[in-house]
Write a protein that binds this ligand. Sequence first.
Ligand SMILES: Nc1ncnc2c1ncn2[C@@H]1O[C@H](COP(=O)(O)OP(=O)(O)OP(=O)(O)O)[C@@H](O)[C@H]1O
Length: 269
Amino acid sequence: MIEVNNIVKGFGDKIVINDVSAVMEPGKCNLIIGSSGSGKTVFMKCLVGLFTPDRGQIVYQGEDFTSMDDNGKKEIRKQIGMLFQGSALFDSLNVEQNIQFPLDMFTDWSTAEKRKRVNEVLARVNLKDANKKFPAEISGGMKKRVGIARAIVLNPKYLFCDEPNSGLDPQTSLVIDKLIKELTEEYQITTVINTHDMNSVMEIGDKIIYMYQGHKEWEGNNKEIIFSKNQRLNDFIFASEFLRDAKDMRMLEQAGKIENNRNMDDLLK
Ligand SMILES: Nc1ncnc2c1ncn2[C@@H]1O[C@H](COP(=O)(O)OP(=O)(O)OP(=O)(O)O)[C@@H](O)[C@H]1O
């Protein structure tokens, strides 16, 4: 569990994160949404310790990360897996070497133990037999899966994903979302995802935090979001006409004003 208590972060005179609090639970996908420049990346960087908040606390499993010394922070960071935008694989390393990298950095396991673990996570992300391929030889979706395998190879308690669907087609995005959700539930990981992808919001948003100009404007889940009366949130999520129409139909359907002859849940998934 991660608790964020009233964090504030600014650069010079400009306050970029303004008094944001949130609780992120294990086994849940916590999505951070908001328009460009609303502070999502700075918020995530504060959570993982790449930025130090000017005020407030970030508490990992009851321990105040913000006031820890370097050794304490290092211990928490060992429990964090990161999936970077664009996967950030090492081009000169093959798939298994990429995944093995954190094991080389943080464990003193034997080569056989490392190889076994690499093969386990490769199987878990459905990428058997890709061990010897180089990043340039695999598709964007496969790269993401390698990135995910690398992020979970040390059995993290926390997983941070920055725009996991960027550059992927909608179908591959669904596969990646499903994989992240399954892993989150299976290993009870506290997962935090920065995203612009409304499909992801509807599909895997156990908790959704909507950031607006640096503050938390709205919080809820994927069932609640389309019924929200928050005007700024509605302007943001219903920028797409399809979603706006779908929302109107769903409301009419729920109010019994139109027949339920199609499954809007499936459409909105
Ligand atoms: N290192 C920095 N120094 C000064 N200002 C910064 C720094 N990093 C971010 N900012 C500012 O903080 C604000 C929020 O930026 P942030 O990158 O968090 O937005 P975002 O919501 O992630 O946007 P996007 O969706 O485009 O990635 C922006 O105005 C940005 O210019």
